[in-house]
Design a protein. Structure first.
Lengths: 259, 230
């Protein structure tokens, strides 16, 4: 066991974390709606010193051949070296792609967007919803920050106009066709069978495994991702599910309040 | 002349600057001018890899300018474009004259600029933010580099054009300037104007830089006087 992990664990056995949090406690979450006026929707989420901005842009394009009457959803992330000295310039690498895909799965599988309402002409023209995740500062748990910011940005988005040929980027009052089933990811670090909700950077560096569970308002699970190289038992998974539903509920309230 | 947002010809849009906004960068800053928002981080001097890029007698400065995909009306495709590569280059060349690179042989100083929202003047906002980030990182500098564009709209010379003005401009001229040294470190222009107008536009931009210089000093003092390093 490395020194950092030993140090963190010696605190955990006394039921506390290095920054004074309980093991099932998030850092302070702050949500700012629409910091980027130019985007159709946007949100800036701070979890402790982790900061993520998500912007939603909309365009018109062709539907996928197997879903002719549905809009297209895209989630993309680039890790700028601005956010962390660990990040390098260049096309997204596996961590960035994994993050975008976890956020994507949560939104897609929860069916929080009514995709059929994004169809303009079946088989020809549909709305494309492009969600871009821009980490500004990486101090651990980018996944939850990105997931919360993505759903908050979608909830706050207003559709531009389409004049039959091109998109006219004027703000309208029309919201995206959202159900209120907000998917919220909750990530736990796993150390010696213990679950640490919302790991900060120090804990992420020391953790054995990571489990992200995205839940919806009705208490259903819509996306799961195990990360990092550790292994864990069934009880740990059960505990993580309970925690994710409970914490997801609290965060969902926080998002509603900020809208 | 009445400008669309009611400003005078020699007036900047509202300016906001903040230093030390990022936990893990050596230095950082946010600059907003009107609706344009730039964030910059500086790292270094630090080890440069691969080694063949090292200069045995000095540090190198590397700058990268990126627009967030959601920063404009039409989504910006991620990845470098010809435009962003050119802006990264002129940004580096605008900042380098302010640094003492010979003091740190074989190292690199890296500057990353992200434009979160674009409404004209993104390269100049980026340079202002980058210059603050370098100062915040404690890298010694001859002077802060300040930057703004001026141009000519509806037959009148005007400072700090908005996106809407830029669409109808006869000339757009961004500069970077070290006020204490009275020296230019960036100069670009596109348009079609007489030499007298050009001189006038440059003078307007210099005036804008002098105002921005005060904003920059204030932003640095706001952070560093609190921490007792005044």
């Amino acid at each position: 066991m490395n020194f950092q992990k030993k140090y963190i664990m010696s605190h955990i056995s006394k039921g506390m974390r290095l920054d004074g949090r309980k093991i099932d406690e998030h850092r302070k979450i702050h949500i700012e709606i629409n910091p980027i006026e130019q985007a159709e929707g946007s949100a800036k989420v701070k979890i402790g010193d982790t900061v993520v901005i998500v912007g939603v842009k909309m365009g018109v394009g062709e539907p996928f051949p197997d879903r002719l009457n549905e809009g297209v959803l895209m989630v993309n992330t680039e890790f700028s070296p601005l956010a962390s000295p660990e990040f390098e310039l260049g096309p997204p690498r596996e961590k960035a792609i994994e993050l975008a895909r976890i956020v994507d799965r949560g939104i897609r599988e929860s069916k929080c967007i009514d995709n059929e309402k994004l169809c303009i002409t079946e088989g020809e023209k549909v709305w494309m919803v492009m969600i871009d995740v821009q980490p500004i500062s990486h101090d651990g748990n980018l996944i939850d920050a990105a997931g919360i910011a993505a759903i908050a940005a979608l909830m706050s988005a207003r559709m531009p106009k389409f004049d039959g040929n091109k998109v006219v980027y004027e703000k309208t009052d029309q919201k995206l066709p959202m159900t209120h089933d907000m998917p919220v990811p909750v990530t736990c670090a796993i150390m010696e069978g213990k679950l640490l909700v919302d790991p900060d950077l120090e804990e992420e560096e020391a953790m054995e495994g990571r489990l992200t569970i995205t839940t919806t308002a009705d208490g259903k699970i819509c996306a799961v991702q195990k990360g990092s190289v550790g292994s864990f038992a069934m009880e740990t998974i059960e505990e993580a599910i309970e925690l994710s539903i409970k914490k997801g509920k609290e965060i969902r309230e926080l998002i509603k309040k900020s809208l | 002349m009445e400008r669309s947002d009611g400003r005078k010809n020699d007036e900047l849009r509202p300016v906001k600057m903040k230093v030390g906004i990022l936990k893990h960068a050596d230095g950082s800053a946010m600059v907003s001018i009107g609706k344009t928002i730039a964030v910059a981080a500086a790292y270094g001097p630090r080890e440069l890899n691969p080694r063949h890029m090292q200069e045995s007698d000095r540090a190198i400065l590397q700058c990268n300018y990126t627009m967030a995909p959601f920063s404009t009306n039409e989504r910006v495709r991620p990845g470098p474009s010809r435009r962003s590569v050119e802006i990264s280059k002129v940004t580096r060349e605008a900042l380098e004259p302010a640094l003492f690179l010979k003091d740190f042989p074989r190292t690199t100083i890296d500057v990353y600029i992200v434009i979160l929202q674009a409404n004209a003047g993104t390269r100049t906002a980026g340079i202002n933010a980058a210059s603050l980030a370098l100062a915040d990182a404690g890298i010694q500098m001859r002077d802060l580099v300040t930057s703004i564009a001026a141009g000519k709209v509806n037959g009148h010379c005007a400072l700090d054009l908005t996106g809407e003005e830029e669409e109808v401009t006869e000339c757009d001229l961004p500069i970077a300037y070290m006020p204490r040294e009275n020296k230019f470190t960036l100069m670009q222009m596109d348009g079609h104007i007489t030499k007298d107008d050009m001189k006038h536009v440059i003078k307007l931009a210099v005036k804008g830089c002098e105002t921005l210089y005060e904003h920059q000093k204030k932003a640095l003092l706001e952070k560093w006087s609190k921490e007792g390093f005044e």
